[in-house]
Ligand binder design. Sequence first.
Ligand SMILES: [Zn+2]
Length: 132
Amino acid sequence: MSAKHPLPCPCQSGQPYDACCGAAHAGRRIPPTAEALMRSRYSAFALGLRDWLLATWHPSTRPASLTPDEQPAPKWIGLQVLRHEATGADSAIVEFVARCRVGGRASRLHETSRFVREDGHWFYVDGDLHEA
Ligand SMILES: [Zn+2]
């Protein structure tokens, strides 16, 4: 993650990781929108940053701990945000498709996630999976 070799952000924003989700992960920037938070969570999945996943999970639905990754662990290879919609002053939904490989097998996760904002921070609440 040196300046000489800026890592592209896993969320596929086209920005370097340090200027994108990395700023959130490092505590330098609060994700300003539900979509930005969702992207930072995707990147945290891709990079294995469990602390960030728990920190951005709303306390009402947050698991006590994250279960260990299934083996072989999925390798997250792509994110496409399909929809970002405010559903209230402090609530929003984000629909996305995340692609991964498990072993040699390609898989995709299509989810509409719900987010709420409290004290200026967005939190993931829960989501509905769309069957492929
Ligand atoms: Zn990013």
